[in-house]
Design a protein around this ligand. Structure first.
Ligand code: ATP
Ligand code: MG
Length: 429
């Protein structure tokens, strides 16, 4: 037998047993965004490669080795998006959304990075991204952090820790950069090839290294906190006061630099100790210079992104669960009943909005149809045979509990179903 074509490594199908959990989470993320006055954006999955090189930074893991880049038939270099911020800013500039106005935006969708696949790390993964434009003060930083804290409460996820840092302004970072280079130069012999390269091009990136052999040198590095200029020190102090006021606990982590170049001032991550090396479930920060760098007017900006797969794993909902079973399965025996069954099914869907009704297709004996009804996971089967047809009624058989079969006149069927499916939240139209 020919071997089936397999999906690409690190890119996963979401099967019917898991898809309902995805939809539940997506609906909650949508509702939470709207609860804070954020509006949805949808951007293309493919952009010009240059967009990501110019925003994320040439000397980052993403641009150096994780992007799916290809030449299209017109000879343009395109890339599958590795994250959403660059596209979101590009779209806002293109459509004039940042001109004399503030924006609060969110999006949800797949991102692509050519990483080594493992639990919580995939080549196609999904992010919920939230971005705010035109707000310079720490109040919006606090708003985004409060929104994420609310999400963990809504989902009942506890044990997450908020890590907080500030990267200061470009001037502060330049002063810090010198001190850091001096420190790293002194420990040159302990650095790996990546870090040696970054020592020249982008030394702050070295702090972001995941190589265990480097952690000692990183821990001993000077702290950016000691190099802050007044503007970013004040911004950070005010943010901390707002978080304290809201009762949101955090840990200061002076080594938190984030894997993208465009960040400045506030950066934060929510981390778990339950997903091994894939510890960060939500990460974000301020990127006040990015919009100007892309040709827009200087516009303060901040955002975060959440890893959907990692959150589903924390919820324990990333493996086979409850399928989206129909409420009722309609069994029809005989040509006349089949025709009437089609009319009945359509009428019931009108009468009971939200009803999940699956009508048997493909014929077969009563017994075969019952087997299908049972496997569908439906709560009840509605039976329409010749007798029922002649008498203007149906039989309702309960598939999940010991309960006598009911004889229900057609005119009362919608009310009867609404009653037995009360848990499903159905009410007659
Ligand atoms: P990591 O340090 O785990 O590689 P990152 O700093 O590259 O994360 P971001 O670019 O900040 O991640 O993306 C935000 C969030 O998206 C991450 O915190 C994580 O939850 C999720 N994420 C990032 N890369 C992946 C991936 N390859 N697979 C699944 N989720 C991911
Ligand atoms: Mg990464």
């Amino acid at each position: 037998m020919a071997k089936h074509i397999q999906a690409i490594r690190g890119m996963h199908d979401v099967l019917p047993g898991v898809a309902p959990a995805w939809r539940r989470l997506e609906e909650r993320l949508c509702a939470l965004s709207r609860a804070y006055g954020y509006e949805e954006m949808r951007m293309p999955l493919v952009e010009k490669t240059e967009l990501f090189v110019r925003t994320i930074g040439e000397v980052t893991d993403i641009v150096e080795k994780e992007m799916y880049t290809f030449e299209d038939l017109g000879g343009d270099s395109l890339s599958l998006r590795p994250e959403g911020t660059a596209s979101c800013v590009r779209a806002c500039l293109e459509h004039g959304l940042l001109h004399n106005q503030t924006q609060r935006l969110w999006y949800l969708g797949p991102m692509f990075r050519h990483e080594r696949p493992q639990k919580g790390r995939y080549r196609q993964f999904h992010q919920w991204g939230v971005e705010a434009y035109g707000f310079a003060g720490p109040d919006i930083d606090a708003e985004l952090i409060l929104m994420s804290a609310r999400l963990w409460r809504l989902l009942g996820i506890d044990g997450l820790k908020l890590q907080l840092n500030t990267l200061g302004t470009p001037v502060a970072r330049a002063a810090y950069r010198e001190a850091l280079v001096t420190h790293l130069e002194a420990h040159r012999d302990q650095l790996d090839a990546d870090s040696l390269r970054r020592l020249e091009s982008n030394p702050l990136r070295v702090l972001d290294s995941k190589n265990p052999a480097l952690q000692e040198v990183i821990a001993a590095a000077p702290s950016l906190m000691n190099y802050l200029d007044e503007e970013s020190a004040t911004h950070f102090a005010e943010l901390r006061a707002l978080l304290d006021d809201a009762g949101v606990a955090y840990e200061l982590n002076p080594r938190l630099v984030r894997g993208l170049d465009y960040y400045g001032k506030t950066v934060f991550e929510w981390q778990t100790d339950r997903l091994g090396a894939q510890a960060t479930v939500l990460a974000g920060g301020r990127y006040d210079r990015l919009i100007e760098q892309l040709g827009g007017a200087p516009t303060p900006a901040i955002g975060f992104a959440l890893g959907v797969e990692r959150v589903l794993a924390l919820l324990g909902e990333d493996e086979d669960g409850t399928r989206d079973a129909p409420h009722v399965y309609l069994i029809v025996a005989g040509a006349a009943a089949e025709r009437e069954g089609r009319r009945l099914a359509e009428a019931l869907r009108d009468e009971l909005p939200g009803l999940r009704l699956c009508q048997h297709c493909g014929g077969g004996s009563f017994k075969a149809q019952f087997r299908r009804a049972d496997r569908s996971g439906a709560t009840a089967a509605i039976i329409l045979g010749d007798d029922e047809l002649a008498q203007g009624r149906v039989s309702v058989k309960f598939l999940r509990e010991e309960r006598a079969q009911a004889d229900v006149p057609r005119a009362e069927l919608a009310r009867f179903l609404a009653n037995i499916l009360l848990d499903g939240g159905l009410a007659p139209a």
